[in-house]
Design a protein around this ligand. Sequence first.
Ligand code: ASP
Length: 331
Amino acid sequence: MKSNAVIAIHGGAGTILRASMAPEVETRYLDALSGILAAGQRILAAGGSALDAVEQAVRLLEDCPLFNAGHGAVFTSAGTHELDASIMDGRTLEAGAVCCVKHVRNPVLAARRVLEKSEHVLFTGEGAEAFAAAQGLEFVDPGYFHTDARYRQWLLARGEARAMLDHDGATLEAKAAANASADSLPHEPIDPNRKFGTVGAVALDAHGHLAAATSTGGITNKQVGRVGDAPLIGAGCYADDATCAVSTTGSGEMFMRMVAAYDVAAQMKYRGVSLSEAATNVVMEQLPRIDGRGGLIAVDAQGNVVLPFNTEGMYRGYARVGEAPVASIYV
Ligand code: ASP
């Protein structure tokens, strides 16, 4: 029997202007996405679960400094890092999540442990860290999450006295760089280490099961204690074998207010529409009603994959078992 197994990932959405991205930077992003897709694809090809595949993909995205999760996470208004992550198993509807963690190296691993080892779904702050410590997960000094590029982006956001999506921050930084060197390089490419993005993965395994995971540092210059959609089941992450698996990225407050990830599943369930129709409706019609910006990735039980976004770009890709990974950035 032919397997429909497939994995899709995202590395955040936002104002990613082609003019400000040097070709070698673009290649670096595409290579990172393809490599991580291949790692998830190997798990699925070996008959592994969708849950294992999305956990592994998000763990690798957290470790990659190009993206806003784990190492390379954005700064809060206090110059600290507060990380959120979630994971959901479409087979059982079990879910786990953590938010506002400051020392757990891979928040998605903590979310997976919550799913498997706890009767609860979401742990916050100190409680989340105590749970992760009891599970023997790796802890790091907060300095591990620091990158100079993120720090500069935070200084710019503070200067504008606002919180922003990470890729908008990178664009602001590119403008500052271009202004500083206007005589020589009007479109100076962004330093490869200066662009990042929230991450997520969705997968269908060879056994017909779905899973989703999402992980983020949040938005640059966010207030201490602010939590977005990423760790909230139904807003930033959702999976149900009966419909689809979804991971989102964008202005978290709007995704929470629209219960965006669940709305895709709910439209399929109650309106009887296809994955493509449901996802397009959420991203292109529902979220814009409240100025919600961003996108999502989703897969259904037949292996259909959609990656819609309403911003200029979204780091994204998918890989079917037996086929080469496909990664893209722009429309
Ligand atoms: N959705 C994330 C949040 O609001 C941010 C992002 O996707 O870049 O925390």
